[in-house]
Design a binder for this molecule. Structure first.
Ligand SMILES: Nc1ncnc2c1ncn2[C@@H]1O[C@H](COP(=O)(O)OP(=O)(O)O)[C@@H](O)[C@H]1O
Ligand SMILES: [Mg+2]
Length: 355
């Protein structure tokens, strides 16, 4: 979808901000750029919508060099959310959201419907908020409007540069949840910049860790933690506030004795490890085997972005050893009580030995 091919950027004053970036961001992926301040995240991001031009290499969108697109159209098709809340203060919320759709000459009715739809999507009642000015909203609400404004004209790609870093921890966590569920609903390609490892782990499908303008490791959050490429990655991961904040998908197991496909089950395979979860061909959960018979209703499942701290009590509550982890409606793995305990113990060991 977006490909960087040997991309470098040297600013006029000689600063080498980016060196030889090579990666591809997949369609529908939430791709996080992370790294210490000054490592080149913003430069990388701004090259995608041509606010900055690379000095070497190529950037492709859908296999076409981005230079082939008209720059206005390119920017209309790439939503952009900034760190500082950048709503126009003299315009109402509705007017702010309508900006790009108006430039794209959408019809009035279509724009108006879109505004209501988007406000609903992030839990703001249109009747209350449409005609307010940005100053009449809280910081978290304003940033939420910033996010939906970037979505307004239905862009294929959304760039977000530290969009939540100015917010208090509560609004921030709420918006991280929002962005995850939004992305599952709208399936956009999102490039998200942050310097916060907890945030990257919580929302990223893949994380690209940068240092001095180069990529150090591009991987799933799970692999970053389990297979860090070097000490720099290990140290960066270690900066997480707490292993309790790790999301469950990081340690859920895609292959597990608690998991069986519907084919295997129909063929009479059965595992002695209970509980046993049966998964349909499309990845959704078919049911759970309890005492030899299948239960299809009220099977508890854990959303993939839940934190370990929230997941652990569920095992007590439901009195089970293992629970299925779902992303949207698909089972992506199994989380067991044992895995959590092992993981936390290992992390704790690392902390006290100072790795
Ligand atoms: N317009 C500019 N002119 C010269 N140097 C710049 C300019 N913008 C950024 N830089 C430098 O390029 C490097 C990368 O910056 P940036 O992409 O903003 O990093 P990040 O977003 O990761 O903090 C830094 O050393 C920064 O000082
Ligand atoms: Mg930056």
């Amino acid at each position: 979808m977006i490909t960087f091919s040997s991309v470098s950027k040297t600013y006029e004053d000689g600063t080498q901000a980016i060196r030889g970036l090579d990666f591809t961001i997949q369609a529908g992926e939430l791709f996080v750029l992370i790294g210490p301040s000054g490592c080149g995240k913003t430069t990388t991001m701004k090259m995608i919508n041509r606010l900055i031009e690379p000095t070497e290499g190529k950037i492709l969108l859908h296999d076409r060099e981005i230079h082939m697109f008209n720059v206005q159209e390119l920017r209309w098709n790439i939503g952009y959310v900034l760190q500082q809340i950048a709503l126009f203060p003299h315009m109402t919320i509705a007017e702010n959201i309508a900006l790009v759709p108006e430039m794209k000459k959408w019809k009035k009715k279509q724009i108006s419907d879109r505004i209501d739809e988007l406000l609903h999507m992030v839990g703001l009642n249109p009747a209350t908020y449409r005609d307010r000015k940005p100053s009449e909203l809280s910081g978290g609400q304003q940033q939420r409007v910033g996010v939906i404004r970037a979505l307004a004209a239905d862009p294929e790609v959304i760039l977000m540069d530290e969009p939540f870093s100015a917010l208090d921890p509560l609004s921030r966590e709420q918006l991280q949840q929002d962005i995850r569920s939004l992305q599952q609903k709208i399936k956009k390609t999102i490039v998200f910049v942050t310097h916060d490892m907890d945030e990257a782990m919580a929302i990223g499908d893949r994380v690209c860790l940068m240092k001095n303008g180069e990529t150090i490791q591009i991987d799933t959050p799970q692999n970053m933690i389990l297979r860090p490429a070097n000490d720099f990655v290990r140290e960066f991961i270690g900066n997480r506030k707490s292993s309790w904040l790790t999301t469950v998908d990081v340690i859920s197991e895609t292959r597990s004795p608690h998991l069986l496909s519907i084919h295997e089950w129909e063929k009479g395979h059965i595992s002695s490890t209970l509980p046993l979860y049966i998964v349909e061909e499309d990845g959704s959960l078919f049911g759970k085997i309890v005492e030899g018979s299948i239960v299809r209703e009220y099977v508890p499942m854990i959303p993939n972005d839940m934190r370990l701290a929230q997941a652990l009590p569920l095992f007590e509550q439901y009195q089970v050893e293992a629970l299925p982890v779902v992303k949207g409606s698909k089972v992506i793995g199994i989380l067991s009580y044992r895995t959590i305990v092992h993981y936390l113990a290992k992390e704790h060991e690392k902390e006290i030995s100072g790795i």
